[in-house]
Write a protein that binds this ligand. Structure first.
Ligand SMILES: O=C(O)C[C@H](Nc1ncnc2c1ncn2[C@@H]1O[C@H](COP(=O)(O)O)[C@@H](O)[C@H]1O)C(=O)O
Length: 507
């Protein structure tokens, strides 16, 4: 790779012109393969005789598999070897998040912000050194963002190997890329003008969060209580403002003000941040303080806690037989019990919600803390935004999949209700209180204690009560099946509180 043409300092140019970081030959990296496998020995006493067991150290197969991975060009090999289950086993469920939260995504957003900032500068009359671009030059710059590919991101990574500064690498990449356009080539030094890296980074992360999180809809229409709880939290997502800063290295526009004192920088940068569709945070240090990410993730955590409660209830209903799971031909429930269909989707969801909340809590507790102007601890931590959200997305998909497989087991529900006539003790007692019959609770206790409560025993008890005729006849009509109060109406009216259209939008 040649040095970016815009680099004027001889020292920097010489540094950049120096050979690329030497990549160690594969054999050296995998040095272990070249050596004979180490032997581990241990003693084991078996009865009276003790003998040495010799085991091959795992280095040979491990190194071989890393070698295969390094040579691989197919997705299956990468998935097979991924350390994170999100990137491997569950790749197909969360791949939609990857363009936003991967290394590629971050680089692409940085390119977008740098290009848009150059375009913004060209529209500020006081910045005469960057005159408005012609239509062609604008199209050229837009195309850099629109057509930005994984190969382009790889070019940026090559530059980063030399700079060891990931944001600077993007700036050099753009300078290199734009040197072929005569109009843009004249203003290359205005890429990253007046910016600190964090001006670019915070907007990139904010855009990823704004465009990336999936929008789960309501879960379980018939589960009205959960739908209402989840929807209530869901509405709060839209109240979190995704914020951006662009105020330079200490949050005061120091360098910008010296270069162009006549410009109203807070106003100009607010316009810029808003033009990206983000809210503006004027009170910042070198970094946007990340409080909004904390708020957002705390909401995800709360949402995930309710969903965990839902998953556990569904698991319990299934195990009680209230729901059947529709079997899919070819699928195996248990390797040893052929009849079994486990509630694996709800279990997968519960597990991933737990992993997700662990990560989201860590992120939300860590990110708002940075020493003085900033420390760089957030840089590496922020690379995990997508991991936390990825486990959530995986869980939401698993719950949805679980719900799709369910079938209400009416026979089982009827059986259960038929055996629980004692539930009518509550309404009978309440009607007795209303009509002033003394000691209603005690009388029912006496009737139900130590005896099976049946349809007949309940009927006999009601007939023996001194109640107005209509109250008595409505009690006689009551069955465990019909003792459901307003449940049906409440379930039907759930759409008054659950708004599927705007429930989960993030501003
Ligand atoms: O505008 C600036 O750069 C100001 C500078 N602060 C920095 N701001 C943002 N990024 C910086 C900063 N410093 C380093 N780096 C680069 O961040 C990268 C950190 O890598 P990782 O820990 O893997 O996330 C890694 O690429 C680092 O090189 C300061 O002097 O305070």
């Amino acid at each position: 790779m040649s040095a970016p043409p815009s680099l004027k300092s001889p020292a920097t140019a010489a540094f950049l012109a120096s050979p690329r970081l030497a990549v160690a030959p594969r054999a050296a990296v995998l040095g272990a393969t070249a050596q004979p496998p180490r032997r581990l020995s241990c003693s084991a006493a078996v009865g009276a005789e003790a003998r040495d067991l010799e085991m091959s150290a795992p280095m040979d197969w491990a190194a071989r598999s890393v070698g295969e991975l390094e040579q691989a060009t197919d997705l299956d090999t990468f998935c097979m070897m991924a350390l994170s289950p999100l990137d491997g086993r569950y790749f197909r469920f969360i791949k939609d998040l990857m363009p936003f939260f991967s290394e590629f995504g971050l680089i692409r957003y940085r390119v977008l912000v740098e290009v848009k900032w150059l375009l913004k500068l060209s529209q500020i009359p006081e910045v005469k050194e960057v005159p408005p671009f012609s239509k062609d030059a604008q199209l050229f710059l837009d195309a850099i963002v629109q057509d930005f590919s994984i190969n382009d991101a790889k070019e940026v990574k090559q530059i980063e190997k030399i700079t060891n500064h990931d944001v600077k690498a993007v700036e050099y990449y753009l300078k290199q890329k734009c040197s072929s356009n005569p109009e843009v080539a004249k203003v290359l030094e205005f890429f990253h003008f007046g910016c600190t890296s964090e001006d670019i980074n915070n907007l990139s992360h904010a855009l990823a969060l704004k465009e990336g999180p999936a929008s789960p809809t309501t879960l379980g229409k018939e589960m009205a209580n959960f739908a209402a709880r989840l929807s209530d939290i869901g509405k709060s997502f839209s109240e979190v403002k995704i914020l951006g800063k662009f105020a330079g290295a200490v949050g005061n526009y120091n360098a910008d003000v010296v270069a162009y004192p006549e410009i109203d920088w807070p106003k100009m940068t607010e316009e810029f941040v808003r033009s990206l569709g983000l809210e503006f945070n004027p009170y910042v240090t070198q970094i946007e303080p990340h409080d909004y990410i904390s708020k957002l993730f705390n909401l995800f955590v709360q949402f995930n806690i309710v969903l965990t409660d839902f998953d556990k209830d569904m698991w319990t209903y299934i195990s009680a037989g209230y729901f059947k799971q529709i079997a899919k031909a070819g699928e195996v429930g248990s390797s040893t019990m052929p009849h079994k269909i486990n509630p694996i989707n709800f279990e997968n969801s519960e597990g991933n919600l737990s992993v997700s909340n662990g990560l989201l809590c860590t992120l939300s507790m860590k990110l708002p803390i940075s020493r003085l102007q900033r420390d760089l601890t957030d840089s590496t931590v922020l690379r995990n935004l997508g991991v936390g959200l990825g486990h959530s997305l995986l869980a939401y998909k698993a719950t949805m999949q679980g719900i799709k497989k369910l079938e209400v087991n009416k026979v089982r529900l009827d059986e259960d209700l038929e055996q629980t006539w004692e539930v009518l003790a509550e309404p009978i007692q309440t009607v007795m209180r209303r009509y002033g019959i003394p000691e209603p609770y005690e009388k029912l206790k006496e009737m139900t204690r130590g005896q099976a409560v049946t349809k007949d025993s309940i009927r006999k008890f009601i007939e023996g009560l001194d109640l107005p005729e209509d109250a008595q006849s409505s009690l006689l009509k009551l069955t465990p099946h019909s003792y459901t109060g307003e449940a049906e109406n409440l379930a039907a009216n759930i759409w008054n509180v659950v708004d599927l259209k705007s429930g989960f939008k993030i501003k």
